[in-house]
Design a binder for this molecule. Sequence first.
Ligand SMILES: CC(=O)SCCNC(=O)CCNC(=O)[C@H](O)C(C)(C)COP(=O)(O)OP(=O)(O)OC[C@H]1O[C@@H](n2cnc3c(N)ncnc32)[C@H](O)[C@@H]1OP(=O)(O)O
Length: 914
Amino acid sequence: MVSLNEKRSKVQYVVQNKTEWVDDDNKFGKRMLEKMGWKSGVGLGKNENGRTEHIDLKFKSNLKGVGFINGKYDSTWIAHSQSFDSLLQQLQQAHSPSASSSSSTIHNFHQTVQQTKTRLTSAYLPKDININDNKFGKRMLEKMGWKSGVGLGKNENGRTEHIDLKFKSNLKGVGFINGKYDSTWIAHSQSFDSLLQQLQQAHSPSASSSSSTIHNFHQTVQQTKTSYKKQSSGKDLSSRSNDELDCIFGWNKGNQLKIDQIKQDSSLDMTNEIISDNLYKTSEQSIEDYFKEKTKKKAQIQYEQSQSLNDQTIDSVDQNSSNEEINERVESKLEKNLKKRRNYSTVESIVDCDQSEMLPKKKKKSDQLNNDIEDPYKNCNLSELNGYQGESRINSFIKSKLMSAEDIAEKLPEKLTLGASGFTPAGYPKVIPRAYAQRIQNSKYPENFSINLYTGASTGDELDGVLARTGRLKLKIPYQSHPDLRKFINQGKLDFIDMHLSHVSRYIREGIFPPINVAIVEACDVTSDGRIYLTNSSGMSSTYLALAKDIYVELNEAHPLEMKGLHDIYLPELHTGRPINIDYVDDRIGTPYIRVNPERIKGIILTNKFDSSPGFKKPDDASFKIANHILDFILDEVEHGRIPKKLLPFQSGVGNVANAVLACIAKDNRFKSIEMYTEVIQDSIFDLIDSDKLRFASTTALTFSLEGQKRFFNQLTELKSKFILRPMEISNNPEVIRRMGLITMNTALEADIYGNVNSTHVLGSAMMNGIGGSGDFTRNAYVSIFMTPSIAKGGKISSFVPMVSHCDHNEHSVQIMVSEQGLADLRAKTPKQRAELIIEKCVHPMYKDQLRDYYKQAQRVSFGLHTPHDLQQALSWHVRLQQTGSMHPDCQQTKTKDTEQTAKQVDQTASTKK
Ligand SMILES: CC(=O)SCCNC(=O)CCNC(=O)[C@H](O)C(C)(C)COP(=O)(O)OP(=O)(O)OC[C@H]1O[C@@H](n2cnc3c(N)ncnc32)[C@H](O)[C@@H]1OP(=O)(O)O
């Protein structure tokens, strides 16, 4: 089981005595006193003999009364009772027969009584404003024309005396006057009493039954009867019509669904209750039986709750329980806890969202079909790609839904808007897409097909590659990294919308994108009540499953059933602005599965394949240098108190450099324990696990190499408590990122001298991968770091240029820039200071002079001098690269101006391994 919320401790704030005002001439208190003639060191007051020290602030941290000192008390609080006691004592002494009633004792007694009286009256009697001309009230009245002795108001006929203060020393209600009361309070009981009395008199044999008495009696009985009838008939609803009852209870009649549901639930209990045509039930039980049953039910619930508390962990569940039962119990507990924590909607609340609300699909022109359907596994060792051969998990529900991939492909529409699981080649469907591509290839009218493909991020060749190669892929969102996809995008044959990952779910739910008609997800288990347990990524699956009309599942047995519990599925409501309640990386707010209406699951196929993630290059020298600069910087920040000693959670982007940084942290003894709140976990996490430095990792995908996947599954039992997989909408949510205060590390393709970053476009026009989540994290980070080797392609490209050819992250969000040459802290710097820092710290020596020259020239010719640019030259480095194959004037190996040739080189450049 993954751990739940960390225990929080209360912090006690101690109020220090603020004494600095004594020495601080700017403090208001001191200035005010000095204006009134006070000098430091002398006492307060006219005679300078008042207190010389300020009043101490005392922090009261207990529940004792103010002034209470342990075992003692402040005697002023009980002065009255003391003097009363002594008064009594003196009285006793004075009147006791044995007492010597000397005149002095009696005198003392009278004196004490007099003093006590005076003290009490002077404390509580109203102050006479007439006797004191300084009183504010009197002065105010006089200003308004009032004179002593005359009445208030324009006509001077208002009250002439002030309002009396009355001291209330008893426990009687306000307004109570001894022996009197407001008779309306007891009118009923009085009339009842008198009724009884009259009855007795009327029927008593000795009574004289005069006609007037009988008349009175009848009248009273009649009155009482009427008022009782009125009262009781008001409460009796049995005679009311359903419409009246609807009005009384405020029931929304339109909500027939709920009524039906309640009827259904109640049908079990038909013996005791007759269910009327609407919600209102008439019970045949006596009140006594009703309460007996209620008490019994309450006791039963309490018993069950105490039982479930005892079952806190899976371990304690009865040995005979099946896996299914165990999971159900754990999940129902998680669900209960969640409901207890807050009443937010989960994914289930939008499961059956009304498809008609979505925007209509866009019409696309048909294209020529690319017939090249490759088998994604053709170069692979299949026995290696097949997963572990554990026991089969096929329950009767799965059996009832089993289909072949080809049959499913036949059922998919020709105009397909597919929401697929998967995020950076992890947890994506691997078989159905190929069968669909085959169907397109075999079709007489392939041009009838058109596919919009929505995923979490990039996926593997079995999905992105296969569908791209059909030539029928028309729209892809929101990220990609597949060479074939990239080729179509950069040839202008495929629409790709590069967007912040945190926006995707909302855009789809709100119908900004064409609506999804089919969802295909990879799962490790499916239950008969529609619970779908995902595999290596959470990505966008919850949104797609919630919205799709038809759902198909690839049940991948390569993933152990123990994967169940890794995910924490939660979809925030739209438009509510309610907080997403994640404060710490290991907080859980959702369910370990996505629940759908089982009827929407139209087919399931069985697979047994690992993700075909290409893995990463071993970190090179430059990556290690970058990593070390970053680590030195973080420790320096800790030393300056800007980052806490226990560090902040890390986000680390995709790519080789990002991978290297984590590998370096693992090796660096200065780092003890790391938390990750990120979207992709790569193989470098194993370095942190091996060095025992990983405390916890929250992510949306586990993007491991083949080796990494095998290792993770083998160690799942021990590793499960260190990981959570969240939907992309949560992992990338700006609110959570900002609240948690992350150190974010993302990679730039290029950056300019002012700190603007391009992560996506080669030469400003060719798409590399996409912005992915880098913008979500950078903009909301506590410390945002961008890293890049200072040169690419053996020096033909400088990663630092006069002006970026495309801007993904602007100078306002980028705080730290780092290359293997060094690190530039851009925080609180002007553009010109940033330019100087970046040139000196980050730029490769072979481009340093060239960039300095540009900056000097820019200052000479710039229109404005805040952010100097020479617009004629700002993109000249890119132009040179496009024309000659190198940004460096002395290093032009490709002397051709053939742009197609250059485009090919750029395309190779853009073939990043992710
Ligand atoms: C899914 C997610 O969103 S995860 C969260 C973070 N997401 C992102 O940061 C998305 C944007 N970032 C990325 O896609 C990647 O980090 C990249 C592409 C910027 C860098 O990836 P890495 O693998 O670290 O960089 P790497 O140094 O290997 O460069 C990749 C390729 O680009 C080339 N390249 C680097 N700089 C340039 C440049 N300025 N111009 C042209 N090509 C360049 C490299 O030579 C390399 O080519 P090669 O594979 O032929 O050797």
